[in-house]
Design a protein. Structure first.
Length: 315
């Protein structure tokens, strides 16, 4: 099961206590995904195409529960892949016209695109707006598994309704929603994990939100751990390279001039650096006759390297 199907399954089984919220949810599905067909009897039927079984099931039950409308469903295979597409079609009758009118439907153009009245007055309350967002995600939403990245979108060919939804979300001031257009599709999307979590909470996907947050935390811990390991490995490799470079410089001086060429402090430090058991600067500092800090040891070894280069040493 995809992560999108996981979230939609929770939303489709979620009980809605208020009829106004159920109407808002259903209105979002019809407006964003519905296509109206002018039948021979003069009435319109409504068709919804979806790849999500949960959405198709919820839509059929909701239309029957709220408006006593019968809906037929057919299943066919997608041309693009082997997935199933569910075609839901409501009856065309006087009752269906009354239902569409209640959802704000006015008329349809030659292509079956519905024209709707402004429903802003129906979405004044917070619960109605959140139910509308839930319906929008059920019909046209997609969310990426947080293990693979942070992305949530709502896509539809109905630019008018996408624009309405975009403005509604902007006015909420809770999420940073973005908009784009690709080919004939209009997109609203979030690519920030905090915004996605907030949106999941708004639409009532609380179980999915908990799972999302757990995965997000696990991913963050995993990334931090990998970053620390990589940093430690880098520092270890760098420390080994530095030690080899310093030892080679000391051996060059030993071969060309002898270590007596160095002053007593540098000579003592050089001899300890040649000791393979002493790897860290603080270990060398502890073995010196006069105790110094590890930064002093580092400066002495850097000085030895400079002397070696002045004698012709080339790394």
């Amino acid at each position: 099961m995809s992560y999108t199907a996981f979230v939609k399954k929770e939303l489709s089984y979620k009980d809605i206590s208020k009829s106004c919220c159920e109407k808002s949810l259903l209105s979002a599905i019809v407006r964003l995904e519905g296509k109206f067909i002018h039948e021979k009897n003069g009435y319109y039927s409504l068709r919804i195409n979806t790849q999500d079984n949960s959405e198709a099931r919820w839509f059929i039950f909701a239309m029957n529960r709220m408006y006593s409308l019968h809906s037929d469903i057919r299943i066919r295979k997608s041309r693009l892949n082997d997935s199933s597409v569910f075609l839901v079609k409501t009856e065309a009758s006087y009752a269906s016209q009354a239902a569409y009118s209640d959802l704000g439907f006015m008329d349809a153009d030659d292509e079956g695109n519905g024209r709707f009245t402004d429903i802003s007055e129906l979405l004044i309350s917070v619960c109605d707006r959140y139910a509308y967002y839930r319906g929008a995600f059920l019909s046209c939403g997609l969310i990426k598994d947080p293990d693979k990245g942070y992305y949530l979108e709502i896509a539809s060919k109905n630019g008018i309704e996408i624009n309405r939804l975009f403005k509604m979300l902007q006015e909420e001031s809770l999420v940073n929603v973005k908009r784009s257009r690709r080919r004939r599709m209009e997109y609203l999307y979030f690519n920030n994990s905090e915004d996605i979590s907030t949106f999941l909470n708004m639409i009532g996907a609380h179980n999915s939100l908990m799972d999302y947050e757990n995965k997000r935390i696990e991913k963050s811990i995993r990334n931090d751990t990998n970053r620390m390991i990589n940093c430690d490995e880098y520092n270890a490799d760098k420390s080994v390279d530095t030690k080899i470079r310093q030892i080679n410089a000391i051996r060059f001086i030993q071969k060309i001039k002898g270590l007596d060429f160095l002053n007593d402090k540098l000579k003592e430090t050089a001899m300890l650096r040649l000791n393979e058991d002493l790897t860290e600067y603080n270990e060398i500092a502890e073995q010196l006759k006069v105790k110094v800090s590890k930064s002093t040891v580092q400066k002495r070894l850097a000085k030895i390297e400079m002397i070696a280069k002045s004698l012709g040493y080339n790394e």
